[in-house]
Structures are given as structure tokens and as C-alpha cells.
Design a protein around this ligand. Structure first.
Ligand SMILES: O=C(O)CCC(=O)C(=O)O
Ligand SMILES: [Fe+2]
Length: 369
């Protein structure tokens, strides 16, 4: 490959800095009191919940160890992902996504309208899922069916991925319980939102890049869903925006740990007690990198709004409710092709402190045109 295609070039203020800042990384939390040990004292669980609360407040990100997901299963999925991406583009494109069904392979994702230096393979936990076709407030936008597209090669990809999902699903349920407890809610408070979940998994491949100072593997963004459970390899590249000073902090790979971050939906449910934090991925010119985010998402018909228990007269709801399926469909479309407007964000649903209510519908329509 010669010169970097201009579609990958970030604006100067968003380019990665030459020096990586590693100091005072995100908290590392040992989940054994809640997951691997059957007889933990109430005190140990109480301390763990406190750690989760602090991490969600201070960073929006943390790493977990002793999380219960067997290392062999993680290694298997990492190895099959590499074998999938090692194939020719022609082979990978046999399962390529399109505008109607965003699941499968693609290498043209845009984040904030700049192309990412990566290729991905997406699949959902529940298959198929019926989604709204786009954001349309009148509900007559129609529906589309998202279905997994499994490749013929490597032939074991599907089985290995499904095995991985089974294990990470258990971790996801435990994390949702701990987060509920950390918000002083009953452990099972969030469970009903996931009856028809839209959780999906992404296999990410970031090839070496000839201009890692100009492009990003994933541009700066916040995750739109509830939680992300990320497995990264030993190459590293994820950077998190530190809340206290806005500095980009490199997340040093810890073998076999998962990186957890709260997404936009937790921000809304918690009425801004927790914040979904910006992050991005830098690439390098030497080593390819693989990562596997597991995006925990609720049922498509969920109306996302601050939980009633977390609002009161003194702390009124800061967001208007929005339909998750429509939000998701709109975001997926804007990631698929370059648009001339900003894609849909939760702050479009933020209630003004006082005065004029923003015209959300007009903004959303601008996005999908
Ligand atoms: O690859 C990574 O480390 C993170 C990827 C990410 O943030 C995403 O896909 O939303
Ligand atoms: Fe992300």
C-alpha cells in the first residue's frame, strides 16, 4: 500500500500524540468475591460494590480479573478470529454486511465520519432480531431482520463464537447485578430489559498502519449501549479519556483481564450518576492487533430513560425517553457510510435545564437523510 487514503486522516486535533501516557491506569477489580467464590462474606461483596461504584464514577472504565470466563475459550476465539481475517478479501466479503443487515464482515466503518483503520466481523447473541428500519417517530418506518452471517471458513468459527458468548453472558449478568447494587438498586433491577436483547459481538482486526500518526483504529467515541466487555490482546492500542483532565490514557494490556466500560444507556438510566466515557484506538506500523468487544444491549422496544428510583423532585430526569431500536438502527446506518452531519447521540435527548426544548426529531431526520 502506498500513501494513506485521505478518508482515514483525522483532523489534527484528533490525531494520536507521539507519546503514550500510561500512568495511573484504569482500576483493576478482582471479581472473585462475587463470581468464583461461593462463600464470600457480605463485607467482601460490599467492598467490591464500592470499588465498582468508584470506578464507574471516576473513570467509566475498569478491568476485571477472576471473572470466571475460562482462558481456553478466550484463546480459541482469538485464534479463530485471526484465521478468519488472514483469508483473502474475496473470501471475507462472502459474508459482508450491507445497509439492510449490518451483521457480518466489513472494512469501511466510519466513526464521526472518518474511516477507521480496521476490519470487523459482527454477530448477535439472539438471532434473528427484528429492528426498526430507521429512526422515525411516527413508527411507520418499517422493520428489518438482522441475521447472523456465518462464514464457511474457518468452519468452526460459529461454534467457537457461540461457546464464547455463553461464558461472557454469565459475566455480563453478574456485572449488571453489581452495577445495580452500586446504584443502590436491587441486584436484579436491570434484568427485564434483556429479555429480547440486542447484544452483539465484534471481532476487530487492526492491521499495521503505514501512518499511525494520522489515522486511528477507531476514532474517538462513546459506546451507545449498556456495557462493553472487551478482550484485547497483548499489543495494546485502546486509549481512554481521563475524566479529571481530558488526557488520553493508554490501557495497558493485562493478560486474561476484561476491560469493562459503562455505555450511554447506563448514563441515562443512572441520570448522569455514571458517565459513558470517550475512548479510541491507536494503531502502529509493526504489529497487527485483535480485540473482541461484547456490546451488552437491551431489547429493541426498550424506552431508555432515567430509572424512576434514581430521580426525584430535587434530581429530576435529565433525559427524555428514546426508543433503543430506532437509536441503534440510526447509529448503524451512520457508521456504514460517510454522512455530512453528526450521528445520533444521547445529548440530543437531554432535557434543557430550562427554556426551549430542542427539536430532537428535526436533528434525527437530518442524520438519516
Ligand atoms: O479495540 C478496542 O480496544 C476498542 C474498540 C471499541 O472501542 C469499539 O469497538 O467500540
Ligand atoms: Fe468503543
Amino acid at each position: 500500500m502506498g500513501e494513506l487514503d485521505p478518508t482515514f486522516i483525522q483532523e489534527p486535533e484528533h490525531r494520536p500524540k507521539p507519546a503514550v501516557i500510561e500512568a495511573h491506569g484504569i482500576p483493576e477489580i478482582d471479581l472473585s468475591p462475587y463470581i468464583t467464590s461461593s462463600s464470600s462474606s457480605p463485607n467482601a461483596i460490599h467492598d467490591l460494590v464500592d470499588e465498582i461504584r468508584d470506578a464507574c464514577k471516576d473513570w467509566g472504565f475498569f478491568q476485571v480479573i477472576n471473572h470466571g470466563v475460562p482462558i481456553e475459550i478466550r484463546e480459541k476465539v482469538q485464534s479463530v478470529a485471526k484465521r478468519f481475517f488472514d483469508q483473502s478479501l474475496e473470501e471475507k466479503k462472502k459474508v459482508k454486511r450491507d445497509e439492510a443487515n449490518p451483521l457480518g464482515y466489513y472494512d469501511t466503518e466510519h466513526t464521526k465520519n472518518v474511516r477507521d483503520w480496521k476490519e470487523v466481523f459482527d454477530f448477535m447473541v439472539d438471532d434473528p432480531v427484528v429492528m426498526p428500519a430507521s429512526y422515525d417517530d411516527d413508527d411507520d418506518g418499517g422493520t428489518v431482520e438482522y441475521t447472523n452471517q456465518w462464514p464457511h471458513h474457518p468452519s468452526e468459527l460459529r461454534e467457537v463464537c457461540e461457546e464464547y458468548v455463553k461464558e461472557v453472558q454469565k459475566l455480563s449478568n453478574k456485572l449488571l447485578e453489581l452495577i445495580s447494587l452500586s446504584l443502590n438498586l436491587p441486584a436484579n433491577r436491570l434484568e427485564p430489559f434483556f429479555k429480547d436483547q440486542t447484544t452483539f459481538i465484534r471481532l476487530n482486526h487492526y492491521p499495521p498502519c503505514l501512518a499511525p500518526d494520522l489515522a486511528l483504529g477507531v476514532g474517538r467515541h462513546k459506546d451507545a449501549g449498556v456495557l462493553t466487555i472487551l478482550a484485547q490482546d497483548d499489543v495494546g492500542g485502546l486509549e481512554v479519556k481521563r475524566k479529571i483532565d481530558g488526557e488520553w490514557i493508554f490501557v495497558k494490556p493485562t493478560p486474561n483481564a476484561f476491560i469493562i466500560n459503562v455505555g450511554d444507556i447506563i448514563q441515562v438510566w443512572s441520570n448522569d450518576t455514571y458517565e459513558s466515557v470517550e475512548h479510541r484506538v491507536r494503531v502502529n506500523s509493526i504489529r497487527e492487533r485483535f480485540s473482541i468487544p461484547y456490546f451488552v444491549n437491551p431489547a429493541p422496544y426498550t424506552v431508555v430513560e432515567p430509572l424512576a428510583e434514581l430521580t426525584n423532585e430535587r434530581n429530576p430526569a435529565r433525559y427524555k425517553g428514546y426508543n433503543w431500536g430506532k437509536f441503534f438502527a440510526t447509529r448503524k446506518l451512520s457508521n456504514f457510510k460517510k454522512l455530512n452531519v453528526e450521528n445520533i447521540q444521547i445529548y440530543h435527548f437531554k432535557k434543557p435545564d430550562e427554556g426551549k426544548i430542542e427539536d430532537v426529531v428535526t436533528r434525527v431526520e437530518n442524520v438519516v437523510i
